[in-house]
Design a protein around this ligand. Structure first.
Ligand code: COA
Length: 169
């Protein structure tokens, strides 16, 4: 299986914030942003694996900045690391200034997808080779995040989270 780079999975989704998508104070509803991020991230995971993919976990979401009604929002997703059957996908969210067109980072999230066959059984995915400094940084930290996610899900024991333990030693 041929290795791929993060840019081969890069997926960009740009859309406006419309009235039905806001909370009572006219900012984008968190669940709407989660759905937009899930869609873009699932396409990125599909581009990397060329398989059916399912969301296994949402490892981290930071709603750092409120996004007002009428904003133009860009969601950018890229696979940040591939393991055996799972892929970590990093999502950056940008808001575009109407007058200058400058983009400001509003939020970010990290999702995990698993590639599956038609019977929903996990299947192996290509290796990911990071290229830029940021991609390398995200790649290096991904194993810690995977162990933390598995630990929180009760799928591994604390003594199996070797990368996490190493942080405190
Ligand atoms: C995700 C799913 C395929 C995992 O199945 P499973 O029986 O746990 O399979 P495995 O134990 O072999 O795990 C498969 C991979 O997922 C990873 N994984 C499973 N749960 C995870 C979690 N909570 N966080 C991070 N990775 C996880 C495993 O580490 C493994 O990765 P690897 O092969 O790259 O090392 C299965 O739980 C599923 O189908 N869930 C429903 C998905 C879905 O419908 N999503 C939409 C939400 S409505």
């Amino acid at each position: 299986m041929q290795a791929k780079t993060p840019k081969q999975s890069r997926t960009i989704h740009t859309d406006m914030v419309l009235p039905g998508e806001t909370n009572p104070i006219n900012n984008l509803f968190g669940g709407e942003l989660l759905a937009r991020m899930d869609r873009a991230a699932s396409i990125a995971a599909r581009r990397h694996s060329r398989r059916i993919v399912v969301t296994a976990s949402v490892n981290h979401v930071a709603f750092n900045r409120a996004i007002p009604l009428g904003s133009v929002v860009t969601v950018e997703a890229k696979v940040s690391r591939a393991f055996k059957t799972s892929m970590e996908v990093f999502i950056d969210v940008w808001v575009e200034d109407r007058e200058s067109g400058d983009k400001t980072k509003a939020n970010e999230a990290i999702y995990t997808f698993v590639a599956v066959d038609e019977t929903a059984r996990p299947v192996t995915v290509p290796e990911l080779i990071p290229e830029t400094d940021l991609e390398k940084e995200r790649f290096d930290a991904a194993l810690r995040r995977k162990q933390l996610s598995l630990l929180l899900a009760g799928k591994i024991k604390p003594n199996e989270a070797t990368e996490l333990k190493a942080l405190f030693e």
